[in-house]
Design a protein around this ligand. Sequence first.
Ligand SMILES: [Zn+2]
Length: 87
Amino acid sequence: MAKDYAKSFYNSNAWQKCRAAFILERTRIDGGLCQHCRKNLGYIVDHVKEITPGNITNTDITLNQNNFQYLCLACHNIKTFSNKKKV
Ligand SMILES: [Zn+2]
């Protein structure tokens, strides 16, 4: 689940639009496959550089499609899990 500071961002029209456009683009490119395993269909638009309280208002990070990746649930969980281990 989104962290508290990110909730209003994930609920924003700007994010919803950007996310939908990115999914459309990925669907056009490869049918919407997960960019990590390329086996499952994508499920979550993930930020490559994680959103933090410090960059949540920086649209170069939060709304930049170059910072997005389309992941299936399994790959997203692996990423989330390994990030937690590093902290
Ligand atoms: Zn995957």
